[in-house]
Design a protein around this ligand. Structure first.
Ligand SMILES: Cc1cc2nc3c(=O)[nH]c(=O)nc-3n(C[C@H](O)[C@H](O)[C@H](O)COP(=O)(O)O)c2cc1C
Length: 167
């Protein structure tokens, strides 16, 4: 049981891309890591550590990330866990730490999650949903993901994972 899993909840794919980047950094450091849609992970038994990422929608994590945490609560409580969110469609995530939304904060406290980070989000032409299309049409979309910051965070997680993997 040496594998790590990055489970993500996404509507438009930008959180998936973040999860994949994090997994790549972990693998580059010799760790077995895979990024998977949260809804496609039936069992955490094969994994010794878990990272959960969710796109933010109306002040909440993507439903797949929320359901993942609910469904695997017991297993998560026994493993080292990291959370990340992606959302802000402006520079705020690059400028300061953005606190987790309340539901994520509660889950962190009850599971003993090691750390949470908010990365900038992305919303582009062709995004799913009427609201999303309206935001893009009004010029409020864009790609605010900072892959240097994402990789730096992933490297710090990898460092911790290499040091100690117990809860
Ligand atoms: C309808 C809608 C609601 C959103 N609500 C929030 C929000 O509450 N907070 C936030 O930071 N970003 C919000 N966003 C921006 C998304 O979180 C951002 O586009 C994110 O990258 C989406 O992730 P995904 O591509 O993985 O689905 C919203 C976007 C849409 C379309």
């Amino acid at each position: 049981m040496r594998d790590k899993v990055l489970a993500y909840g996404t509507t438009n794919g930008s959180t998936a891309r973040i999860a994949e980047s994090v997994a790549e950094v972990l693998r580059a450091r010799g760790l077995a890591a895979e990024a998977l849609p949260a809804r496609s992970v039936p069992d955490l038994a094969p994994y010794e550590a878990v990272l959960v990422g969710g796109g933010l929608y109306a002040g909440r994590w993507h439903k797949d990330a929320r359901r993942f945490v609910r469904r695997h609560r017991g297993a998560l409580a026994q493993r080292p866990v990291w959370f990340f969110s992606s959302g802000p469609l402006d520079a705020t995530a690059a400028e300061r730490d953005i606190q987790p939304v309340p539901g994520v904060k509660r889950a962190m406290a009850s599971l003993g999650v090691r750390e949470h980070v908010t990365f900038g989000g992305c919303l582009a032409e062709g995004a799913e949903g009427r609201m999303a299309r309206m935001i893009v049409r009004n010029g409020k979309g864009g790609d605010f993901r900072d892959f240097t910051a994402i990789e730096t965070w992933a490297a710090a997680v990898a460092e911790e994972l290499c040091g100690a993997s117990s809860k």
